[in-house]
Write a new protein. Structure first.
Ligand code: UT7
Length: 306
């Protein structure tokens, strides 16, 4: 038995902040942000539940199924609307679902963790036949808009996938990791804003992602050359380039949205997946690699035969 992705949906809030907008309120420039991060603009003022509902509804539509067909909802978010209830409960009722729902918080690695959790439950005896897996984050709500070290990077968005038991779509391997010793280089306290040592996170991320991808490829029994499609966490194009260079994977295999979204945390990998689908890259049989990293530090890589 395998699990395919039957439909993908996305949602991005209307308001866009460009690099030029930022350079009017802080000491930065469009040239610097593009050169150092590969970001040109980001969406802001999104509410996690609202974006998740819109993306979830779009995924149900793309999959051409009704809410009653969904047997579990998982929401990957680090910016829940409230401490509790879990935002997934609000999304569940708004979408007209009658199933169980829970949030996953692994920050920017959230979608990889959520995918593995969903897959594991679906292949278990009496597990759900169809899961709605959503990544949604309102990073603008926890961004310090006077801090040029973080304000340039983050944005809001959501993307959702309908996962379904099927003959195709098998997960070949996964690698999930965390190192709480590095919690202090990227964190956000309650009722506070993101704190980040950018250069440290950059270096640790390149190392962690490279190792994680090496691990997952080894577990899957394949080489980097066998990978057809890479869906990387959309944090910084230079991190993606550095990892690809170390692994010998051509950048052409990556599908990216960060130029217009920035880092949307839990939504980042599924937004890249939606881009890959739009690019016509997601054909059955193709080897697809997803890899995320972020605060924790936590990271996760998944290899799927589409
Ligand atoms: O999901 C994980 C989320 N986080 C990340 O992935 C973040 C990873 N880190 C990064 O992406 C990069 O470290 C940044 C994009 C945040 C910064 O790029 P960098 O190449 O590491 O720059 P830096 O912090 O080493 O700063 C280089 C220079 C410094 O000036 P001096 O000391 O060389 O004179 C900074 O003060 O650039 C300056 N600078 C800026 N200049 C213009 C820092 N931020 C800015 C800015 N605009 N926004």
């Amino acid at each position: 038995m395998a699990i395919r992705i039957r439909g993908i949906g996305t949602a991005l809030p209307e308001r866009i902040v460009t690099n030029d907008d930022l350079s009017r309120v802080m000491d930065t420039s469009d040239e610097w942000i593009r050169a150092r991060a590969g970001i040109g603009s980001r969406h802001v003022d999104g509410i996690t539940s609202e974006m998740a509902i819109e993306a979830g509804a779009n995924a149900l539509k793309a999959a051409d199924i009704s809410p009653a067909d969904i047997e579990l909802l998982i929401l990957c978010t680090t910016t829940p609307d409230q401490t509790f209830p879990a935002t997934s409960a609000v999304v569940q009722s708004s979408l007209g679902l009658g199933c169980g729902a829970f949030d996953v918080n692994a920050v920017c690695a959230g979608f990889a963790y959520g995918y593995v959790a969903a897959y594991g439950m679906m292949v278990a005896p009496t597990g759900p036949d169809r899961v709605l897996l959503i990544g949604s984050d309102s990073m603008s709500s926890i961004t310090d808009w006077t801090d040029r070290g973080t304000a340039i990077l983050f944005g809001d968005g959501a993307a959702a996938v309908v996962m379904e038991r099927h003959v195709q779509g098998e997960m070949l391997a996964f690698d999930l990791g965390a190192d709480g010793n590095l919690a202090s280089i990227l964190y956000c306290d309650h009722d506070a804003k993101i704190q980040m040592e950018g250069r440290e996170v950059f270096k640790k991320a390149v190392r962690a992602v490279t190792r994680s991808v090496e691990n997952v490829l080894e577990k899957a029994g394949i080489g980097a050359d066998d990978v057809d499609v890479v869906l990387p966490h959309q944090a910084n194009i230079r991190i993606i380039e550095a990892v690809c260079q170390r692994l010998g994977i051509p950048m052409e295999k990556t599908h990216n949205v960060l130029e217009t979204t920035g880092n949307t945390s839990g939504a980042s990998i599924p937004l890249a997946m939606a881009r890959a689908e739009a690019d016509g890259a997601l054909a059955p049989g193709r080897i697809v690699l997803m890899s995320g990293f972020g605060a924790g530090m936590a990271w996760g890589s998944v290899v799927v035969r589409w």
